[in-house]
Design a protein around this ligand. Structure first.
Ligand code: ADP
Length: 623
């Protein structure tokens, strides 16, 4: 028997694991299974590639036994095994210098360290969270001798010769007070199903089934040894795409999403190169019920080398793609325990950013090749997708090609690209109107001039549109302009308009005097043809609709943004007002021009009673 001391950093790591990760102690089982699976993977490779190993029987399996009475848990694998030198190198030191340096940097403050420790796989040593004595009996494939490694995790370990019939490794845990609960069939099964269901080798759980028969004196108890395979043993997403049919994907989707419908489409990617990973994403047909809740359930499961890590991390997808369901499986990440760390992990950040690009690729292709299907997708997920315009600046240009809006000229949706292709030869900007209802907007006086000149206007009736559009100044090289704002009409101004503007300066003065500080300004309109007046927002002020959104979002102390009143110089009411000198009539008409413009915008009048009185006075006069 030979006694050895753990490398200093192993002691530090052990201390750290025990003090920082106790609330996650069940992960020891995942770590042991993952090691066993790796060991089988290694033998599998040699078995396939090295003549010396081809003779060795390859029977991949992991077996778990437990004994509640003795508080033991035993895991055996038929993997590559270890010899004496391997044991010393693997279970007494930390081989990776990166990990060693990392451990050295630990502060000793359990709270701070527990966030850091997730940066690497805690591995084998995690079993000392649940065991006060660990025994490893192992024999390396192709060698005759077996060895026993034992330690209580307190600074030292022993290695001695042992017996083991076949190559492989057996880990025997003498469970401590905290670990006793794991000598239990359901507990073990639950953890395996949660974390290791997709380990590609079968995991067998051995247990004793106790049957009670008969009554009273004749009561008999029979005990029977049973073995169940507890994992599914296949990582669906790892299978080659050619082997899988649409139906297979649909079934798998349902098993991970709890959706009863087939997905709209799926995207399966095996990436190899600087990073090795597999992603399988699904776009549902119908939006998840909680898509607009702040506490929505994230749809992506993260695996590392087929070992389940988490399905509760909202950062695996950008928020605007929160409806995507599926799996990310990385070969390069450490088995990770800390979510805080996942967010800053460079490997994961790269996978995430490529995943987003893949999803956008697919959406672009769909939009190009199957517009009807894309429209269906957009109806369900257009709103979250539009959020991307202010969340994801890296992909903003691509998102601008994908988002769609309603329009004054076409039924259904149009993209900005389509709009551009329909623009008038001398048209300078993309025009849009924002407000509450498609119907109202399409009939708004603000659109009169555009209708007359046959210029298309995007109709933005969704709340998100108002927020999103104000962050887009340009599409490709064309400016976007809100017809609800003053400056949009400047584009369309002719010399004629300028002449008329001069002529009605006196009327404008009259109205300004009557309305006082209710309005910011009164201007001659170039956009009206049938209506006498309209209101618009000043260039940098929020529109009426935007103000109501801000209020609904709880914005208090919102300054009172006053609208600009535009009047139609060609309208009879305006012309006649110019000729009138009857003070009370001028005042009533001024108010009515202003109030009708508010009503058409969907703004509630401050005093409907005053409005009605004015209306009645004018009606009486007209008769
Ligand atoms: P990691 O798995 O991240 O390398 P561990 O601390 O879990 O770190 O394990 C250290 C090393 O011990 C492994 O890299 C492997 O070489 C060896 N090892 C652990 N468990 C087994 C096993 N069941 N069979 C063979 N080798 C093992």
């Amino acid at each position: 028997m030979s006694k050895h001391k753990f490398q200093t950093e192993v002691n530090q790591l052990l201390h750290l694991i025990i003090h920082s990760l106790y609330s996650h102690k069940e992960i020891f089982l995942r770590e042991l299974i993952s090691n066993a699976s790796d060991a089988i993977d290694k033998l599998k490779y040699l078995n396939l590639t090295d003549d010396a190993f081809k003779k060795i029987k390859f029977d991949p399996r992991i077996d778990i036994h437990f004994n509640a009475k003795d508080s033991t848990l035993t895991m055996s694998d038929t993997g590559i095994g270890m010899n004496e030198a391997d044991l010393e190198e693997n279970l007494g030191t930390i081989a990776s210098s990166g990990t060693r340096d990392f451990v050295k940097k630990m502060t000793g403050d359990a709270k701070k360290d527990s966030n850091l420790i997730g940066q690497f796989g805690v591995g084998f040593y995690s079993c000392f969270m649940v065991a006060d004595r660990v025994e490893v009996v192992t024999r390396k494939a192709g060698e005759d001798k077996a060895y026993r490694w034992t330690s209580n995790g307190l600074g030292e370990y022993e290695v001695e010769p042992a017996e083991r019939e076949e190559s492989g490794t057996t880990v025997i845990l003498q469970l401590n007070e905290e670990g006793k609960e794991y000598a239990d069939r359901w507990k073990i099964e639950g953890i395996i199903k949660k974390y290791s269901n997709h380990i590609p080798f079968p995991i067998f759980l051995h247990y004793e089934s106790v049957k009670h028969e008969g009554e009273g004196e004749k009561k008999k108890e029979t005990r029977e040894e049973k073995t169940d395979q507890v994992n599914a043993a296949s990582a669906f997403w790892k299978r080659p795409k050619n082997d899988l049919k649409d139906e297979d994907y649909h079934e798998f989707y349902k098993s991970i999403s709890h959706d009863y419908e087939d997905p709209a489409f799926y995207i399966h990617t095996h990436a190899e190169g600087t990073l090795d990973y597999t992603t399988l994403f699904f776009i549902p047909k119908t939006a998840p019920f909680d898509m607009f809740r702040a506490d929505y359930r994230p749809g992506i499961k993260l695996y590392v080398k087929r070992v389940f890590i988490t399905d509760d991390d909202r950062d695996l997808m950008p928020t605007y793609l929160r409806f995507v369901r599926g799996v990310i499986d990385s070969e390069d990440l450490p088995l990770n325990v800390s979510r805080e760390i996942l967010q800053q992990n460079k490997v994961l950040m790269k996978i995430k950013s490529s995943s987003v690009k893949r999803i956008l690729d697919e959406l672009e292709a769909l939009k190009k090749n199957d517009r009807a299907k894309y429209d269906d997708f957009f109806r369900e997920f257009g709103v979250p997708l539009k959020e991307g315009l202010y969340q994801d600046f890296e992909n903003r240009d691509r998102l601008l090609e994908l988002v769609m809006f309603k329009s004054s000229k076409v039924e259904g949706y149009t993209s900005l690209g389509d709009y551009l292709s329909r623009m008038q030869p001398d048209q300078k900007s993309v025009y849009y109107i924002t407000g509450n209802r498609e119907e109202n907007l399409k009939n708004s006086p603000l659109l009169e001039v555009y209708r007359k000149k046959d210029i298309e206007v995007l109709v933005l009736d969704d709340e998100i549109d108002e927020i999103v559009i104000s962050s887009i100044d340009k599409y490709r090289d064309t400016e976007l302009k809100s017809v609800n704002r003053t400056d949009s009409a400047n584009d369309l101004k002719t010399d004629d308009d300028r002449e008329r503007e001069k002529n009605i300066a006196p009327v404008i003065e009259k109205i300004k005097n009557a309305l006082g500080d209710r309005i910011k300004d009164v201007k001659a309109s170039t956009r009206l043809s049938d209506s006498p007046s309209c209101i618009v927002a000043d260039e940098n002020d929020p529109t009426v609709k935007m103000q109501s959104i801000l209020k609904a979002m709880g914005q208090k102390n919102l300054p009172d943004f006053k609208p600009i009143l535009e009047i139609n110089p060609d309208h009879q009411i305006v012309k006649k007002l110019a000729d009138s000198s009857e003070e009370p009539v001028i005042e009533d008409i001024s108010f009515l021009l202003y109030e009708q413009a508010l009503l058409i915008e969907g703004v509630e009048l401050k005093s409907p009673a005053e409005f009605v009185k004015r209306l009645n006075r004018v009606m009486e006069k007209a008769l």
